[in-house]
Structures are given as C-alpha cells and as structure tokens.
Design a protein around this ligand. Sequence first.
Ligand code: NAP
Ligand code: F7E
Length: 384
Amino acid sequence: MNNKVALITGITGQDGAYLSEYLIKKGYTVHGIKRRSSLFNTDRIDHLYQDPHDEKRNMVLHYGDMTDSMNLTRIIGDVQPDEIYNLAAMSHVKVSFDTPEYTANADGIGTLRLLEAVRLLNLTDKTRIYQASTSELYGMVQEIPQRETTPFYPRSPYAVAKLYAYWITVNYREAYGMHASNGILFNHESPLRGETFVTRKVTRAAARILLGLQKKVYMGNISSKRDWGHAKDYIKAMYLILQQDTPDDYVISTGVTTTIRDFIKMTFNEAGVTVEFKGENEQEEGFIAHINEELFSKAVGEEHLDAFKKRLGESIVGIDPAYYRPTEVDILIGDNTKARTKLGWEPTYDLKGLCHDMITHDIELMKKEEYLRNGGYRILNYFE
Ligand code: NAP
Ligand code: F7E
C-alpha cells in the first residue's frame, strides 16, 4: 500500500474506469476530472463512488474540461498529484472528421495545457505524467510491425491532434526534465468499451441478433486489421510506465492482427454460430451458415434456439459505406518487445478471451428487461 495521489483525466471513460479501480486497490487516492453533462455520465465508475462526506474517501471527482486551462491549473494546484494520467480525449476517429477543431483543442492543446500547468505550478520534480498516445499515429504504416522507432503518418484529425500531444510530451520532458511519458497503445477493448467502437458495436449487435431482438447489423470497412488487446491489461502498462526511474515512450500491443470480418466471425462463434461472408465491397454480406445447438444453448439459452434455427441461411451482416472513413488505417500490428523487456509487461488476454468476455457480457446485458424495451437500447443512428 502507498499514499500516492493520482489525477486521472477522462476518468469516466473505459480506461479511466479500469485504471481508477486498479490504483485504488494499490492504495492510491484517485482524483478524476469529469465533464459536466445534462445526464449522469459516471456509469463506469459508480461502483467506486464514495460519499463526499466520507473523510477517508479515496476517490474524488472534479468538474473540468481539457479545453479550459484555468480549470486544469486550479485542479492540479489543489490536488498536487504525484502522477497524472492524461486519458481525456475526443477518442473516436470517425467523429474527429466531423469535429476536427474541437478534437485538436481537446486532444492536442489539452495535453499542452496539462503539461504547462504542471510547469507553472512548480510541480515538475514531483508530478509524473502519462500521455495516452495511440497506434493511430502510425496511420499509413511505414513499417510492419510498428515499434517505437517507426515513423508516424497520421490519417485522421484525431491522429494529427494526438501527434501534437505526443511530441509536446517529449518536448516538455527534454526541455524541462519532466517525468513525462507516452504509452503508444494499440486498440484495447472490454465490456466497458464505448458502444460505437467496432468491437463493442459487433458484440452488442451480435447479442441482440442471437436473442432475436435485431435482424441485421451494418458495418463499414471490415477488411481493415487491428491489434486488439484487453483494456484490463493495458491500464497496467500505464501504471508501470510511471513507475520507471526514467521517462520514456512504449508501444503496448499484443503483436497479433485480425480483420474486422474475422472478429465478427469469432464473436458469433462464441455462441456456436458460423457466419460466412459472400460478395465483395458494398455487396458483401454475412450469412448464418451453421448452428452448433449445444454451444448456442449454453451461450445464449436453450429457450432462444428454436427461433434462431429458423433464421439459418439469413443475412445478418451488411455493409453501409456511410461508416467508411475519408482516410482509413488499413493495418495495425505492434511490436511490444520494449514493454516486455523494460517494463516486464505482457498481455494476459488473447483475442478469443477478449471476445468471450465482451459477448458474454453483452448477452447478459441485452437480456435485462430495460434493454428489451424499445427505448432501452440506443440504436446507433449516427454513422460512427
Ligand atoms: P473513452 O472511453 O472515449 O474515454 C474518453 C474520456 O475522455 C471520457 O471520460 C470522456 O468524458 C473524456 N473527455 C472527452 N473529451 C473531454 C474534454 N474535452 N475534457 C475532459 N474530458 C473529456 O476513451 P478510452 O478508450 O478510455 O481511451 C482513453 C485514452 O486513450 C483516450 O485519450 C484515447 O484517445 C486513448 N487511446 C485509446 C485507445 C483504445 O483503444 N481504447 C488506444 C490508444 C489510445 P465523457 O465520459 O464525458 O465523454
Ligand atoms: O475502428 C473499422 C474502422 O472505431 C476500428 C480508438 O480507441 O483505437 C480506436 O480507433 C476499425 C476501423 O477504432 C465499422 O473503419 C468497420 O478500421 O473501433 P474503431 P479505431 O478507429 O481503430 C485507436 C487505437 C484509438 O486511439 C482511438 O481512440 O474498424 N470499422 N466498420 C468500423 N468502425 C466503427 N467504429 N464502426 C463500424 O461500423
């Protein structure tokens, strides 16, 4: 146990939720910055919430925003953190094409605001900073697999904003001797993943299709390849990066890459359903080719089997070009040698384990009464 103080920006997000739980278990007092919203936005961390009147509480939330320097400076001054994990970002690649200026402000300049606040508050010797950098920096990849020395070629406003954040972190480290590091994290997913990222979109839709609540799901470019890990493993790497004597930049990945198409197949396979793809480009479709009744009954429930068997041969996956991106990142696969050797970090989940965790969670979620009601399920109307 220790009495360290951590400040997490983006605490309400996927990684913020897992990281805060992990740090609290290690004895940290965790402060988090959350945005004001008209509805509650703390679902992922509600189990960690403590009454503000509890004097011994080890989790504290502050209202704030990465676009507000004065607010960030005040919070950092008040909290005097030993470690800052800068996880806040407009993190959706497709949406960044719609909101490029905001994305640059929050993801790019937001990082500068944090670093500069630490410097101006004379905390450079005390406060260590983790910057949530991304495999999206590699974009049009210049090398396969991608490692720390691979040149960057960002392909979206999101990635360009994160490129600025990456280099301003390096610059503050070199200019002011700050303990500031980049984790170049490849895609990481979980049951807490936002609903519009591709893995979660697939596992949620698959759960609904298996339960007979939805006919079909429409996807974008299912030929792109991603190196997917589990968020629970990746937040441990963030922690380890800040425990090193010397700040540095690390690739965090599994070293395995898979197409979206194969992820869809794997997801349905977890429930005993074989999906076969036919056709090309926008005409491509995924059909129910085979049902393993025993596996289906175990994963989904015997009571849903008869209805699903009637759908054998039906198309359940279609393509809608509205989900295509103006510029795509075709393949990502990371070389995690440096993280393994220097941090002693390695992933514990493989893709099958991750996929199992997500689809099992989403089948249970969709079975809940509120999701069966019309209004309970948010249809993904927007082309994210
Ligand atoms: P996420 O689930 O989208 O969470 C993003 C968090 O940032 C949320 O708490 C969000 O608040 C907050 N946020 C957004 N804009 C903000 C602003 N202007 N001011 C303050 N907070 C703001 O993302 P994640 O998957 O946990 O990822 C964490 C970080 O790692 C992000 O920086 C992301 O870009 C980066 N990253 C993610 C991956 C990945 O595969 N997951 C890989 C590499 C890097 P609300 O809850 O209010 O929206
Ligand atoms: O897309 C393709 C899409 O949105 C993955 C963020 O966490 O990881 C994430 O960025 C791939 C792309 O993640 C759909 O075109 C096909 O090729 O799940 P995604 P991302 O863009 O890789 C990186 C590391 C980050 O840093 C980001 O913050 O899947 N794809 N069909 C689709 N993607 C979505 N979202 N929806 C589709 O229907």
